[in-house]
Design a protein around this ligand. Sequence first.
Ligand code: ARG
Length: 447
Amino acid sequence: MAQKLWDKGIDVNQEVEKFTIGRDQEMDIFLAPYDVMGSLAHITMLQSIGLLTKEELDALSDELKSIYVLAKSGWIQIEEGVEDIHSQVELMLTRRLGDVGKKIHSGRSRNDQVLVDLKLFTRAELQKLVENISKLFEVLISQSNRYKEVLMPGYTHLQVAMPSSFGLWFGAYAESLVDDLQMLLAAFKVTNRNPLGSAAGYGASFPLNRQMTTDLLGFESMNFNVVYAQMGRGKMERTVASAMASVAATLSKLAFDACMYTSQNFGFIKLPAQYTTGSSIMPHKKNPDVFELTRAKCNKIQAIQQQIILITNNLPSGYYRDLQIIKEVFIPTFAELNDCITMVTRMLSEVEINEHILDDSRYDAIFSVEKVNELVLQGVPFRDAYKQVGLEIEAGNFKPNKELNHTHEGSIGNLCNDKIESLYNKVLAEFNFEKINSAIEKLVKKD
Ligand code: ARG
């Protein structure tokens, strides 16, 4: 039978127990270090309001800090028969310290405990994600600058349309990440509020100092209303999943372009052979599986928010066990998205570019608008110029002038990558990770 914090001497049916624990023993391991952080802040606060003595606080802090080191290095396991990480940490404390270990749960519930764990976990994961996105952003900007002179066809309806460039192509995805980062920042702000002290969702009759735990954990503020704090379970995850979906959508579009451009029928880019995979029957194949898997994984990631919506949609306010299932949908998404970002960053930094795409006469017609505009500048009305060039193309005697003169902001000749970079950096600075990191360092540091 599982070790349960709520044990009252009644034997629970084994199958019911197994069913209700579900995948918590696996998922809660991700929350372990954050569970310890939450407890460290909580007991510091409990001592400040007289619910623990100084000696008790010191003993508990010491042990919790050792448990934190274990949790951080991945050495904590939820033992056979232990329900979740909250029970495991309390069990470890009582084993080492006896009865004082049982005092830490005053004024809290597993409901606000798991809420704060998830907020702290998500905040840390968002930091890793943002750092990873920044590396991809840098590669995109530097490739855009490097290949700004290299032209390629631009398409509408997948029909050749207008001249484009690798500068534009790479830079477009860099700018897409600026907006994705903005979404992540909004999600980060929703995450960075402290739910601890809401207990089961209705507060407690102790004079809890919630501002103190808010500061100790480096949160920007608290979720004030205790009922709303509990309503944040699922809302925070959905908001973050929607921001991750934004990043994923950027990557899946990029991945599709890359798959298409490596096809022999396009031949715009080539991946180094060691980054491709082969076929068991066709000896010539060098397939872009990394981009294909990125496309599929990132499409899948875009559906995570819908799963969370479906799990939470018809729940009234308050805690329900339904919420537990969000963890197995939400938690693994960070690693999956990060893997995709890392692989795409690597591929794009070493991709080979075809610098002579437009030498092929099949693309000549993409210069038609240049010719029309040239005539307009000579005083021919646009519609007449359009017709004249159209007839030339139909008659097969259109001669493209491949000298481009695009100078406005964001065009081939004026990419504004410096502007895109400064937009990115402005959003990035708003995360203010340093404040959080120094609060957490202080909280878990051994004296
Ligand atoms: N494993 C539970 C979850 O993730 C922890 C909270 C349990 N609370 C409760 N009232 N049964 O939601």
